[in-house]
Design a protein around this ligand. Structure first.
Ligand code: DOR
Ligand code: ZN
Length: 356
């Protein structure tokens, strides 16, 4: 097949940032996606209140002037001190779509996240009542004795501890296991088989595995949280998303950082994938011989989970190989390096599909 037309996709997990970086990255999301769930982990101040959320939405809208068809869907950043009423009201008033929960210290700009999930049970209670989804960064950082868990095991411990407790204590709460990275996560979501538990899967966890990262000339550009797992896990993710299973939906977790931050030690966690994300997801489905299931993953499952209609517009992708040939320039003089770019043209990723 050389051409495929699908309902316009949505990105159910993206970092758009703020200021000059927002201006530079937003066009890439708006060109490919109808809607996106916008992550609230702004630095230094995450989006915790309704006032902050509305102001951030306005800054996005301002930067979006050339893309009137794109709709940002806003989220609150959950802290130990979040107000249950403010958050639930934000949802019932149509201002916010969901709440993002980071375990404190798990990843970029998560320092003000949740120190113990039991501290936010009142908020979860209120969210459950109004039908507002909680978006879980699905990793546990410490075991019961307070020891730091190896990054490769953090998702598994979350699946053994926090997630079952949430499902049991909040039987109606809608939960997204964000950026699933393991076979264990896939199996958990499938076994639960509930329309109130969904999972996003990133492009980078489908495209890359631990061995790729270890052999990469520039592993910093594949550094992200949760870390990229081995081939067995990658295969399980590829099988799950392409199977047509309605519990899995597209969430790039595209997370731009300045080249200067990626080239520090340790590098900032996050990969800027949006410039070729929909094209490369299509490539994964083609590789798996499952192009017929592309649309359900990119454009239907997530909308259904969030109780929204699918986009009316369509997107056509055609076989038309291309590469990413430049860094993204920011107005302050800094640059961002997209996934697939390389200084050496011969090393640039060959992207087979193109939006036509
Ligand atoms: O790699 C990541 N980067 N993982 C996250 O959870 C956050 C993100 C970011 O904001 O940079
Ligand atoms: Zn994220």
């Amino acid at each position: 097949m050389d051409s495929i037309t699908i309902r316009k996709p949505d990105d159910w997990h993206v970092h758009l940032r703020d200021g000059a970086m927002l201006e530079a990255v937003l066009p890439f999301t708006a060109r490919a996606f109808g809607r996106a769930i916008v992550m609230p982990n702004l630095s230094p101040n995450p989006v915790t209140t309704t006032l902050e959320l509305q102001a951030y939405r306005e800054r996005i809208t301002e930067a979006l002037k050339a893309y009137p068809t794109f709709t940002p869907l806003m989220t609150y950043y959950l802290t130990d001190n979040s107000s249950a009423k403010e958050i639930a009201d934000g949802f019932t008033n149509g201002i916010a779509s969901a709440v993002k929960a980071y375990p404190a210290g798990a990843t970029t700009n998560s320092a003000q996240g949740v120190t113990d999930i039991r501290k936010v049970y009142e908020v979860l209670e209120a969210m459950q009542k109004v039908g507002m989804p909680i978006l879980m960064h699905g990793e546990a950082l410490k075991d019961e004795s307070g020891n730091t868990i190896d990054p490769f095991d953090r998702e598994k411990v979350f699946l053994d501890t926090t997630l079952p407790a949430l499902l049991k204590n909040f039987p109606e709460l809608k939960i997204v296991l964000e950026h699933a990275t393991t076979k264990d996560a896939v199996d958990f979501v499938r076994n639960e088989n509930s329309n109130r538990l969904g999972s996003t899967v990133t492009l980078h966890h489908l495209m890359e595995n631990r061995e790729d990262v270890e052999h990469s000339e520039e592993p910093a550009y594949l550094h992200c949280m949760p870390v990229i797992k081995n081939e067995e896990n990658q295969k399980a993710l590829r099988e799950a998303v392409t199977s047509g299973d309605s519990h899995f939906f597209l969430g790039t977790d595209s997370a731009p950082h300045l080249v200067s931050a990626k080239e520090k030690t340790p590098p900032a966690a996050g990969i800027f994938t949006v410039p070729s994300a929909i094209e490369l997801y299509t490539q994964v489905f083609e590789d798996m011989g499952k192009l017929e299931n592309l649309e359900t993953f990119t454009s239907l499952n997530g909308a259904k989970f969030y109780g929204l209609p699918p986009n009316e517009e369509t997107t056509t992708l055609t076989k038309n190989p291309w590469t990413i040939d430049s860094l993204v320039q920011i107005s302050n003089g800094e640059t961002i390096r997209p996934f697939g770019y390389n200084e050496d043209p011969a090393k640039r990723l060959q992207i087979q599909w193109k939006i036509s």
